[in-house]
Design a protein around this ligand. Structure first.
Ligand SMILES: [Mn+2]
Length: 357
């Protein structure tokens, strides 16, 4: 497994490459061209410049998170082929630059959703949290304000202001879209991009929906083992795979994460490993990566990844905000570095135990 951290780019991310480089066991970063709107083509020169910058800092780009999918593709609108063509151009630019992993999601209108970005825990750390009871009282058109209110002025990944000003239009686009239509549109998209992925060896890794159930009446499909298996079978190509995000899938306590890892053997291309603490049905908060701090058994999760031969990039996911760090919410250096070190330690023990060392 290749240990990585997400990095949002110079001028955007207060966590610099120099700092990430000093995290023990780090292999590279997961990054993106943060300022390119969903649907636009990526310019190969910009991709090359990004790669050069990361390599000059002594690391590699282990994957792109994300190349976002335009809403016309998700809804199957009349102009979707134009956006799929743009996506293929972007994949070519990445492939030509030697980048072979792309994370994306297929969530309608809203990306990951939380009701608080700074819930205070007993030790004073703050975390993201979610309460279905609160969501049920929120006007979906106000959701952008709710989520950005505590973002310290940072733009949040997946909550780009230029999309959110069109919120009414977006809801209109998705009216009448159900789970089956979303699956069909996802299949259409994946089938169209597989040839370019095969040519360059690019692994597509869909991110599960977060939380793993419909929000604001909008369908969500990447929510459980059955649907993830449906995804990999409906376009049965090794380039069509999954980002195993433990925290997103485990928002639903019925999802058995080690079991899901075993069932997706060979098709997990990227892993986000973090813990989550269930408080009540539909109510959870994020936790430190440590098993004892949340509801997940991180040892069993790392062991399942190891046993299934997962050898792709893995990153700690959202961290708690600790020690007064000022950062993009969820993406401070401190707690992610602690999380990464912990996961690296678990892995070392698993491997040595396996080999009788
Ligand atoms: Mn994730």
């Amino acid at each position: 497994m290749k240990m990585t951290m997400r990095w949002f780019g110079t001028g955007i991310d207060p966590v610099t490459l120099d700092k990430i480089r000093q995290v023990p066991g780090i292999y590279g970063v997961i990054t993106t061209l943060y300022n390119v709107p969903a649907g636009d083509k990526w310019n190969i020169e910009e991709v090359r410049a990004l790669k050069k910058e990361v390599e000059e800092a002594g690391m590699v780009i282990a994957g792109i998170e994300s190349v976002n999918i335009h809403d016309s593709i998700k809804t199957g609108a009349g102009d979707r082929d134009k956006y799929i063509k743009n996506y293929i151009t972007t994949l070519k630019a990445l492939g030509e630059t030697g980048i072979d992993l792309v994370c994306y999601n297929f969530m309608p209108v809203f990306d990951w959703t939380r009701t608080d970005l700074a819930k205070v825990r007993p030790d004073g750390a703050t975390v993201f949290s979610y309460s279905q009871k609160i969501i049920d009282k929120i006007d979906p058109e106000k959701m952008f304000d709710v989520i950005t209110e505590k973002a310290d002025g940072y733009a949040l990944p997946g909550w780009e202001p230029e999309r959110m000003v069109k919120i009414k239009e977006l809801f209109q686009m998705y009216s009448g879209i159900d789970e089956e239509t979303l699956f069909a549109n996802l299949k259409y998209f994946l089938s169209a991009i597989m040839p370019v992925c095969e040519k360059y060896g690019i692994k597509m890794a869909i991110h599960p929906d977060d939380p793993a159930w419909p929000v604001f009446g909008l369908p969500r499909i990447m929510t459980c083992k059955e649907n993830l298996l449906r995804l990999i079978k409906m376009v049965d190509n090794p380039c069509n795979g999954v980002t195993l995000c433990t925290g997103s899938l485990a928002t639903n306590p019925d999802n058995d994460i080690p079991g899901i890892i075993h069932s997706l053997k060979g098709r997990i291309h990227f892993a986000h490993v973090r813990n989550v603490k269930h408080n009540a049905p539909g109510d959870f908060e994020e936790a430190a990566h440590l098993s004892a701090d949340g509801s997940l058994d991180m040892y069993k999760i790392m062991k399942a990844l190891w046993e299934t031969g997962f050898n792709g990039p893995l990153r700690p996911d959202h961290g708690r905000n600790i020690w007064g760090e000022v950062s993009i919410p969820g993406y401070g250096l401190n707690d992610r570095a602690i999380g990464l070190s912990y996961l690296t330690g678990l892995l070392e023990a698993i491997i040595k135990n396996e080999h009788g060392a």
